[in-house]
Design a protein around this ligand. Structure first.
Ligand SMILES: NC(=O)c1ccc[n+]([C@@H]2O[C@H](COP(=O)([O-])OP(=O)(O)OC[C@H]3O[C@@H](n4cnc5c(N)ncnc54)[C@H](OP(=O)(O)O)[C@@H]3O)[C@@H](O)[C@H]2O)c1
Length: 350
């Protein structure tokens, strides 16, 4: 098979397009013919450059922290999947043989090491990849493989933050930061079309704010041309929002958004790439009885709900470019050249 192999940290040129033997699925594993794998700023570009202090791959490695495609071989003991099934897998999973019904939710039946595909085990930048059967999710028919890969990458984290961490309820006001970005654009859609909340989206440009309106936001604010707190207070009739969904920690913008949180407001976040240090007004915090919760990751049991919401058309992923696998280095160059670059998906079948 063809695969992208990284032998050393360095510029995009270190992503080598090589020929390797097909991987063989071990006990409890399935082999997937990869149709799509996402390219990510932190988990691919920064990892390849060697600037990810707390994520260390063992060289040589095949990157790609997710994959979506078709099962073409099952390993010993696998009954859950058969050849031809449409599946997707992403993120942290067992590194050794695990029961096919094991989940990160319960952790029963496997006490071995776990790690991310594309970092601690071979990733999705390949024509074929083996993943534990327990880490795969069925991709419903209307959802394309490119969409499924993006859904797995961003949607469960957004879902977890809004439902499990913030406890967002129908009819509540939510302020979505970075609404033109990955977690932001998915957050807008989950909040509006799944939770039935009232959504205010904010972004640093008119075009990113407009894109959130197109995804269903009730209001959008460009924080560079308007005072974010004043706008949110005007829109909510002085009440403020119940939930502030951040994931950026922009030191210029988050303090204003924080002041737009109302009584018993909840700030939730899984990222800090625009910070990490932000001034927080503790008077507002205690006076309004606000809760701040940081929570990366997600519940695997929420992943099928995300894929179902995509199948029902409630969540539409934003894909900027789909490129053949051999253009992985170009994809990294494009991301490095444009910080606003949307999602790039590599498709080994193109
Ligand atoms: N699966 C996931 O998606 C996942 C899981 C766990 C954690 N995270 C973390 O969550 C965060 C958001 O991920 P993402 O994929 O949604 O990011 P993204 O799409 O690359 O960026 C989100 C938004 O952040 C703002 N931004 C970008 N660079 C910035 C900078 N240098 N300073 C200030 N603001 C900046 C932009 O919004 P403006 O319009 O405001 O400029 C952008 O639209 C990251 O820190 C990521 O590591 C993501």
């Amino acid at each position: 098979m063809k695969a992208i192999v990284v032998h050393e940290y360095g510029p995009p040129d270190v992503l080598k397009y090589e020929t390797l033997p097909d991987p063989e699925p071990g006990a409890g594993e399935i082999r997937v013919v990869v149709h799509a794998a996402t390219v990510n700023r932190v988990l691919d570009v920064a990892l390849r450059a060697g600037t990810q202090a707390h994520r260390k791959p063992a060289f040589p490695f095949i990157p790609g922290v997710d994959c979506a495609g078709i099962v073409d071989k099952v390993g010993p003991g696998v009954t859950r999947w058969k050849i031809g099934d449409r599946v997707a897998a992403a993120g942290r999973m067992p590194l050794a043989s695990a029961p096919e019904d094991w989940t990160l939710d319960s952790r029963d039946g496997y006490s071995g090491a776990t790690g991310m595909m594309g970092i601690k085990r071979p990733g999705g930048f390949a024509e074929k990849v083996c993943v534990p059967a327990c880490a795969a999710f069925r991709v419903p028919e209307p959802v394309s493989f490119a969409e499924a890969a993006v859904i797995l990458r961003h949607c469960p984290t957004a879902w977890n933050l809004l439902f499990n961490v913030a406890g967002l309820k129908a009819g509540e006001w939510v302020l979505i930061m970075g609404a033109g970005g990955n977690l932001g654009s998915i957050g807008v859609q989950i909040a509006k079309h799944v939770a039935d909340a009232k959504v205010i989206a904010t972004a640093g440009s008119d075009s990113r704010a407009q894109s959130a309106l197109a995804l269903g936001a009730d209001h959008a604010v460009n924080y560079n041309t308007h005072d974010l707190r004043d706008e949110v207070m005007r829109i909510t009739g002085g009440k403020g929002v119940a939930v502030l969904y951040d994931n950026i920690a922009n030191p210029d913008v988050l303090p204003k958004a924080f002041h737009a949180l109302g009584e018993r407001g909840r700030l939730v976040t899984a990222g800090a790439h625009g910070g990490p240090n932000v001034m927080i007004d503790f008077f507002h915090l205690y006076d309004r009885k606000i809760t701040i919760k940081g929570q990366p990751g997600y519940k695997p049991s929420d992943v099928p709900k995300c894929l179902e919401a995509a199948a029902e058309g409630k969540i539409k992923v934003q894909i900027a470019h789909q490129l053949p696998l051999k253009q992985a280095a170009d994809a990294h160059r494009m991301m490095e050249a444009d910080p606003g670059m949307g999602k790039i998906v590599l498709s080994p079948t193109l």
